[in-house]
Design a protein around this ligand. Structure first.
Ligand code: FAD
Ligand code: 2HG
Ligand code: ZN
Length: 476
């Protein structure tokens, strides 16, 4: 259990009684109130099986009104809740810690409107990202974000975590793409900031309070989001590189030579790909190299774009920055390459337990920690590997071990966060703080900022019922 593993004490919330379950059934009906242990179990365990809570009730509202009614009741009774989208979060934020009531958005999955001229999509929070992408593609648009969890994660979860992903380099983060939000405060008040306007400087930009606050300030029920135009031509390169210095040189060159069509620049080290190929039996389209780089282009002229990428490959093979590589524009081949990259996140789990770190580091220091950690852990780790979104200065470091031990944990934490802090990086670049990292947030947030976060929490959720034990540290 998370509470035992991380030594956390339950706060003085109300305890759920049969009469509470009866009340929830009176609003949602029998089927949308889960209490059977085996039905509730999956909602208690996170994707990487790192955190496990003890909830006994899952509620599945179908509308904003139902969310509002549930929250008003919970707030009056001081019953804590844990909002849950696709449960793909990687920091333990999406699962309860003790007996918090899980509010699942799985049934709030309707698309309201799509304006194919402005690109504004309005939909409910529980829409699965990939379903939205398939839908908007039929109208000549794409979703502005893409990530390996797309088949499961919800747009409400994406918004609540301010998810980054594979194309942030090109389309920016959700603080830019989300046009409007409808959210419900802890006391049940519905906050309507759902206007799908590109420009709206009428007072405080309140939607941003809900983007990235991981369900601690309100529950997101609807999202208005800007969808870019579906690119007419997509090309993908997968390259082998000799050392990390050359990865950085290649990034600089890609920005200059591919310019406006560059849509992703990702890197993975040898162990990331090796572990994915071996554990998940996925094909690697090129031979083995110390580093791999994936470069994608989104543009409007197939002949021009593919020529540009092919020329880039040829010229950088001449300079030696690329040792070997392949360029694809056929969907199936591109899918094989993307699949290899997107599967790294789950590949380490086959070895037992994975410690995951998701940090922003200045590019010149981007890969430094990987060899340092290998040395520090020696044979206590099976593998230490690094991969991620070079274009965003965001590296993922995964440490695989046969099983969780306090010894390895204490060699990694807070050491990694101290090192990140020394170079003014962020201890969580895109996954959030959740349950796993509130105690380390001070490595990236000043005391003054933490105090303001606490004040906002007090204002919006005075009883602290929304996703307790997450994001905010106990003592500020
Ligand atoms: P959940 O995991 O269910 O919840 C995440 C947080 O948001 C929790 O704190 C939860 O309480 C809160 N929440 C969920 N829904 C709501 C709501 N409607 N209102 C209020 N709060 C809510 N992340 C990236 O940023 N970039 C990546 O490239 C990336 N790749 C991934 C690849 C894989 C294979 C996996 C498993 C995960 C990846 N992630 C990535 C992490 C994760 O997918 C994202 O954080 C995603 O945005 C979570 O969405 P979700 O619907 O699963 O939310
Ligand atoms: C990715 O970029 C995700 O693949 C997951 O953000 C990272 O699991 C991880 O470490
Ligand atoms: Zn990532």
């Amino acid at each position: 259990l998370s509470s035992e593993k991380y030594n956390i004490k339950r706060k003085t919330f109300g305890t759920i009684e049969p009469s509470d379950v009866g009340y929830f059934r009176s609003i949602l009906g029998e089927e949308r109130v889960l209490t059977d242990e085996s039905d509730v179990l999956p909602y208690n365990i996170d994707w990487i099986k790192n955190c496990r809570g003890q909830s006994r009730v899952v509620l599945k509202p179908r509308s904003t009104e139902e969310v509002s009614t549930i929250l008003k009741y919970c707030n009056d009774k001081r019953l804590a809740v844990c909002p849950q989208g696709g449960n793909t979060g990687l920091v333990g934020g999406s699962v309860p810690v003790f007996d918090e009531i899980v509010i699942s958005f799985a049934l709030m999955n309707k698309i309201d409107t799509l304006d194919d001229l402005s690109g504004a999509l309005v939909c409910e929070a529980g829409c699965i990202l990939e379903n939205l992408d398939n839908y908007v593609r039929e109208h000549g648009l794409i979703m502005p974000l893409d990530l390996g969890a797309k088949g499961t994660c919800h747009i409400g979860g994406n918004t609540s975590t301010n998810a980054g992903g594979l194309r942030l380099l090109r389309y920016g983060n959700l603080h830019g793409s989300v046009l409007g939000i409808e959210a419900v405060k802890a006391d049940g008040t519905v906050i309507d900031c759902l206007r799908a306007l590109k420009k709206d400087n009428t007072g405080y930009h309140l939607k941003h309070l809900f983007i990235g606050s991981e369900g601690t300030l309100g529950l997101v029920t609807k999202v208005a989001i800007h969808c870019p135009v579906l690119p007419k031509s997509v090309n993908l390169g997968f390259f082998g590189v000799k050392n990390f210095e050359n990865v950085l040189k290649l990034y600089k060159s890609a920005k200059s030579k591919l310019g406006e069509i560059l849509s992703a620049f990702e890197m993975a080290d040898f162990d990331s790909i090796d572990c994915t190929v071996k554990n998940l039996k996925l094909p690697n389209p090129i031979s083995e190299y110390p580093f791999y780089v994936l470069v994608e282009t989104h543009g409007s002229d197939e002949a021009h774009d593919s020529e540009k990428l092919t020329r880039f490959l040829a010229s950088e093979m001449e300079t030696g920055l690329i040792v070997d590589g392949t360029v694809a524009s056929e969907p199936a081949k591109m899918q094989t390459i993307w699949n290899l990259r997107e599967s790294i996140a789950g590949a380490g789990l086959a070895g037992g337990y994975v410690f995951k770190y998701d940090v922003s580091i200045p590019l010149k220091n981007y890969y430094d920690l990987v060899p340092i950690l290998r040395k520090r852990l020696g044979d206590k780790a099976l593998k230490v590997f690094g991969y991620g979104h070079v274009g965003d200065g965001n590296i993922h470091i995964n440490v695989t071990v046969p099983q969780y031990t306090k010894e390895v944990s204490s060699l990694l934490e807070p050491y990694i966060f101290e090192e990140v802090s020394k170079v003014n990086g962020s201890i969580s670049a895109e996954h959030g703080i959740g349950f796993r990292k509130p105690m380390y947030i001070h490595y990236s947030k000043d005391q003054s900022a933490l105090q303001l976060m606490k004040d906002l929490k007090q204002l919006m959720d005075p009883n602290g019922i929304l996703n307790p034990y997450k994001v905010l540290p106990d003592a500020v």
